[in-house]
Design a protein around this ligand. Structure first.
Ligand code: SF4
Length: 366
């Protein structure tokens, strides 16, 4: 385990981790280099994990010197690395002098999933979410998002990360441009080469951004639904007041309606006495009857100050059986890494809260 704070120096150099293929080709054109140089650079940086231009031996010495003068390859620094008894790894990454985000690797039989953050904190206020309590500071840059994979691969070794989920801290669709650039790199054969089925963006339902995403990307989609009615969802996922369930499901249908796209995964955190009754299960079945979907039931992982308790295993099993009986595909997410606070909904990082939400919550509880 490492836990030394790392001072983050400011830099004026262009960080090449920020550039997806299109941007890398534009950069190469700008410095008078042919487009194939972009592929070479992407391979060195992302496939081989090289951050020292001197090692990029198929580039001319002059180009290497020029790149070293004006650019850099800078991923966030690890300030804390923890490993759970079940093999889950969590890294706390320093993104600037006052902010940290968290990234989690979950190894399973035949696959390894990296859960990546997209913002420092979150501007939304889902009532069951520990990230929400941290408030919000800023969007992560594309370099800071893809840098989480770059760092994790360096730590884990090649071939361990087979899937990426944008389910860490933040609402990815509120950081649209940088998230799209980073996911482009995840899919690029000269970078991480993951299939679109293995890269999943999880959103609380920012409808206009979901439609924009459909225009530029075909990665897999997960939606944090958590309630079958607007009344309850307004309470659990307040962005629902702006984009209610009906609009959200229509946007989901538009997203998967495009060629080659599959089902939407609906995430449903199981909260004792709140959304876990047989009546809720039946309402969920009615709601999703016309959307190609699967439901992922998530046992609630409590955190200090949480206002909810998790549903009992029996209630989760009963809920799942009702969904199955109605023909829905439903899975129950295994809780992983809870001994290192790496389980779903527990990521907090360190947020220099510009929204003053932390202060408001403290005042309300004192
Ligand atoms: S659940 Fe997701 S969108 Fe909601 S507050 Fe937490 S991080 Fe933000």
């Amino acid at each position: 385990m490492k836990s030394t704070p790392v001072p983050v120096e400011r830099s004026e150099k262009l960080n090449l981790l920020d550039l997806d293929r299109k941007a890398m080709e534009a950069f190469c054109a700008e410095i008078g280099e042919k487009p194939f140089r972009a592929s070479q650079l992407l391979q060195w940086i992302h496939q081989r994990g090289v951050d020292d231009f001197a090692r990029m031996t198929n580039l001319s010495k002059a180009l290497r010197a020029r790149l070293a003068d004006t650019t850099e390859i800078r991923a966030p620094e690890i300030v804390l690395a923890q490993r759970s008894t079940d093999g889950t790894c969590k890294w706390v990454l320093q993104t600037d002098a006052r902010n940290r985000v968290e990234t989690v690797f979950i190894p399973e039989e035949g696959r390894g999933t990296l859960c990546v953050s997209s913002q420092v904190g979150c501007a939304l206020e889902c009532s069951f979410c520990s990230t929400a309590r941290q408030g919000f500071n800023r969007n992560l840059t594309a370099a800071e998002i893809i840098g989480q994979i770059w760092v994790a691969r360096r730590e884990l070794g090649e071939g361990r990360i087979t899937n990426v989920v944008l389910m860490g801290m933040g609402e990815p669709l509120l950081n649209f441009h940088n998230v799209v650039a980073a996911t482009n790199l995840m899919l690029d054969d000269f970078a991480y080469g993951l299939s679109k089925r293995r890269v999943t963006l999880s959103t609380s339902g920012i409808v206009p951004a979901l439609d924009r995403l459909a225009e530029v990307s075909d990665i897999s989609l997960a939606v944090s639904l958590h309630a079958p009615t607007d009344e309850l969802r307004n309470e659990l996922v307040p962005i629902n007041r702006k984009y209610p369930i009906k609009e959200l499901l229509e946007a989901c249908k538009r997203y998967i309606g495009r060629e080659g796209r599959r089902k939407v995964t609906f995430e449903y955190v199981m909260l004792d006495g709140v959304n876990d009754s047989p009546a809720h299960a039946k309402a969920l079945v009615r709601l999703l009857s016309h959307v190609p979907s699967k439901v992922n039931l998530i046992p609630f992982n409590p955190f200090p100050g949480a206002n909810y308790r998790g549903s009992s295993p029996e209630a989760i099993r009963r809920f799942s059986e009702l969904l199955h009986a109605a023909g829905l595909i439903a899975t129950i997410r295994k809780t992983r890494g809870d001994d290192i606070d790496a389980a779903c909904g527990q990521l907090v990082g360190q947020v220099n809260d510009r929204t003053r939400r932390q202060a408001r919550l403290q005042a309300a509880s004192s």
